[in-house]
Design a protein around this ligand. Structure first.
Ligand SMILES: Cc1cc2nc3c(=O)[nH]c(=O)nc-3n(C[C@H](O)[C@H](O)[C@H](O)COP(=O)(O)OP(=O)(O)OC[C@H]3O[C@@H](n4cnc5c(N)ncnc54)[C@H](O)[C@@H]3O)c2cc1C
Ligand code: FES
Ligand code: FES
Length: 490
């Protein structure tokens, strides 16, 4: 690992050296200081997408994938050796990129503040290799006739144009050229080339140190030497703290690039998801192997956030309203912790010990999440929030059910937003286990579920509302499963 005050990266195809970088400088601020003012600061907390840029990253097939991220939440130390494309790198007046052209001719821009962000998110979807007119879509997906998934824009807000012309522009896009020997579209070509490799980094400045170690062993040594260091993965939580609450860490250790945290493996006993994989990667690589996760992903923030947010970060915050715990509790998941003494697996149900407290010891990292097999066949996820997408949950419920005939063999109910920690709905689970799965029994258990936890009154929801929502979700799950089984029998 070299000791640097500067770092190298590629911006719009050109190698750049960023000098005198401070550990808390965001990619957005650095790009704007370079005169690349297409990316804007709207909110500085990942909500508006005005700061969106493309990152070139490795895909599963040795090629390069262009993923959109919120530059306001990315710290510069995390982009050493990386490749960034801004709206300026896509096209210019006279030689507009297809997404810029379509937005312009279809009236998709008025004041223009949000437009470069939309251009970037749209370009990421334009180049998404799986996009096709015949792509299999599920659930709440909104795919246009050209296979364009409108949820690619879910993290971009526009306050003046209205979304219809933006949708028109998205649905009017063609496909990028497949083999482009004339080189008319360098980014289409870029997808088939070797991806950039994130580089180990050490930034040492009067404001603090930023380490991006190359191996888990190095990361654990650093953590042992700096027990108060801030562990950083995708930065979608920490970036908000840095920007809005001016949080600063003396030492930051970035772990999202560690190969040991980026594995996705399946044995006949479990599926293991690396804590440093971003949620979009897990979503893509798992496909439908874990239907409950597939159902959950679209309800987590936006595509821009999911392209950086990790499971390690979601469990690392230990937030009582984090969305992964209810799902992972329903799946009976375990958390794999690694420290100087080696690895240990803790059931997620025993992981949280109090408000934002866990059994993770100083010096330990979350390496992975393990989901035991076989999976319960009937599952559901319910997120009650003020908006359907891209919102923080008031209550979240994950349910996994196994029946033998009509009798409940195994039931797991994970709950978020109703106590100081995520919890299991143990009383409702016990009330139904061994009982017939019918309306009367489910009604009784739903009443019991409504009494679990100690829901609070706050600006998101009242405690009475939260309790009522718990009750309703179990009834809804019963109704959905019964309808589905009747349809299967018909
Ligand atoms: C606009 C917006 C929308 C959001 N929507 C949702 C949502 O719908 N649902 C939801 O649950 N959350 C949401 N979040 C919160 C956030 O995106 C998630 O908590 C995310 O999973 C954090 O992952 P990260 O990798 O970005 O974490 P980081 O910000 O990098 O880290 C978060 C915390 O976890 C610790 N940490 C990270 N990795 C590890 C590790 N491997 N071992 C030990 N500790 C670790 C860090 O020290 C830090 O304390 C949202 C955030 C934003 C900004
Ligand atoms: S500035 Fe709003 S998401 Fe980054
Ligand atoms: S065009 Fe003005 S905010 Fe979108």
């Amino acid at each position: 690992m070299s000791n640097l005050h500067t770092l190298e990266l590629t911006v719009n195809g050109q190698p750049r050296v960023a000098g005198n970088v401070r550990p808390h400088t965001t990619l957005l601020n650095w790009l704007r200081d370079q005169g690349l003012t297409g990316c804007k600061e709207g909110c500085a907390e990942g909500e508006c997408g005005a700061c969106a840029v493309l990152m070139a990253r490795a895909d599963e097939h040795g090629g390069t994938r262009l993923e959109s991220v919120n530059a306001c939440l990315v710290l510069m130390g995390s982009v050493a050796g990386q490749e960034v494309v801004t709206a300026e790198g896509l096209g210019h007046p006279g030689t507009l990129h297809p997404v810029q052209h379509e937005l312009a001719v279809r009236g998709g821009s008025q004041c223009g503040y949000c437009t470069p962000g939309f251009v970037v998110s749209m370009a990421a979807e334009y180049y998404r290799p799986e996009r096709s007119q015949t792509e299999q879509v599920t659930g709440d997906a909104h795919h246009g006739p050209n296979g364009f998934d409108l949820h690619a824009l879910s993290g971009n807000l526009c306050r003046c144009t209205g979304y219809r012309p933006i949708q028109d522009a998205a649905y009017a896009l063609g496909m990028p050229p497949e083999s482009d020997s004339a080189g008319t579209d360098p980014l289409a070509q870029r997808r088939t080339q070797t991806p950039p490799m994130p580089r180990p980094t050490h930034l040492s400045t009067p404001d603090g140190d930023f380490y991006r170690p190359g191996t888990l062993a190095e990361a654990l040594d650093l953590l042992a030497a700096h027990p108060d260091a801030k562990v950083l993965a995708g930065g979608t939580d920490w970036g908000v703290e840095v920007n809005l609450r001016h949080a600063r860490a003396g030492v930051t250790i970035a772990v999202d690039g560690l190969p040991e945290l980026r594995t996705l493996t399946a044995t006949d006993r479990f599926i293991e998801l690396g804590a440093g994989l971003n949620l979009s990667e897990i979503e893509r690589r798992l496909g439908n192997q874990i239907p409950l996760l597939r159902e959950w992903f679209p309800h987590f923030a936006s595509r821009l956030i999911r392209n950086n947010a990790t499971l390690g970060g979601n469990l690392g915050t230990a937030s009582p309203i984090g969305d992964s715990p209810p799902v992972l509790l329903a799946l009976d998941a375990g958390v794999v912790l690694v420290g100087p003494q080696g690895e240990r697996e803790v059931p997620l149900a025993d992981y949280f010990t109090g408000y934002r407290q866990t059994v993770r010891l100083p010096g330990e990292l979350i390496r992975a999440v393990r989901i035991p097999l076989p999976l319960a066949p009937l599952t559901g996820f319910y997120k009650i929030a003020k908006r359907r997408f891209d919102d923080i949950s008031s209550v979240a419920v994950g349910i996994a059910l196994e029946l033998e005939g009509d009798t409940v063999q195994r039931l797991r109910i994970g709950l978020g937003g109703v106590a100081a920690t995520p919890i299991r709905g143990l009383k409702a689970e016990a009330a139904l286990t061994g009982q017939v799965w019918n309306k009367e029994n489910v009604r009784l258990a739903a009443k019991i579920l409504g009494t679990e936890g100690t829901p609070l009154d706050d600006h998101r929801a009242s405690s009475a509302y939260r309790a009522a929502m718990l009750e309703q979700t179990l009834l809804k799950f019963y109704f959905e499963q019964t309808t589905q089984r009747q349809e299967e029998l018909a």
